[in-house]
Design a protein around this ligand. Sequence first.
Ligand code: GLA
Length: 342
Amino acid sequence: MVNERSANEQLRVWAPGRVNLIGGHTDYSGGLVLPMAIDLGTVIVGRRGHDRVVLVSRDDPDPAEVPLHVTDPASVTPDWARYVAGVVAEVVPGIGFIGQVSTTLPIGTGLSSSAALEVAVALALVGDDRVDRRQLALACQRAEHRASGVPCGIMDQLTSLLGVDGHALLIDCTTLDVTPVPMPDDIAVVVVDSGERRSLASVGYGDRRSEVIRAAEILGPLSSATLDDVERLDDDALRKRARHVVTENQRVRDVVEKLAGGDVAGAGALMTESHSSLRDNQEVTTAALDALVARLVATPGVYGARLTGGGFGGCVVALADPGVIDVGWTVVPSAGASVAPL
Ligand code: GLA
């Protein structure tokens, strides 16, 4: 993994956040997702050198100061430094890095601010030459697990690293195959914050993941299970989770087809169906998220809306005619992370 830049070279690293258009809670069971990297993200400016990684942040008075051999990233303070430490623990750089980090991402709302930080730190430490971006995404995913204890899937880190300008990414989370899907340029992708912080997110997310994995142990890979298979599950909760995953994988395929055919209304309707399944089957929405989706889809010119991210609070993503939603962030499908000499 180590592919280090020479000491003292000044770098600017950019790592975008992501919004997931459809394919919620499918990545950790090897399913399909359709996220896009966005024009909000995280920048690190600095230089290699020293015997530790030291980053100051615009958003926290306390710096991250991480030794090159760190064994327990979760115990590092301040909180945001855990993610830096997670990446250092995975990458094990031979040389440190001194720099500054800043972000245009709203932190902790479901637009992958932590994945953007991990990817930016990883690229600052290893550089971009000859690096295998899939392997780096997997290292950043492990870093997230070690830092936060949240057993996230691969979508966020992979999207930040492999984003394509003007495109969403169809990702098969079993093979990690990534197929860029052109996004119509006359349609706005709008992210709206419910204002509800994701307080139960790590517990709820971990529980859902365990249930989905348990269903897959009984049925075999959910990516090839049918609804008939699902209905044979005795346990109510497992049956609902598996039903969500199997129907959601199909909705991802269907949205890709609708977008290819220019049927934005059809794609939007599937996003709203996805939200209903996240509410009724996966049970990761909240009353505030449900009300926000209902309000958005009742607005003329909005084609569909759904929870994006892990749930239990956070943001909703909508497909709409430009200008009809006057809150939130209108985000642009963007290229993946980059490293440039300064
Ligand atoms: C979080 C995780 C992702 C994915 C989504 C739900 O964003 O980090 O891996 O599981 O939730 O789709």
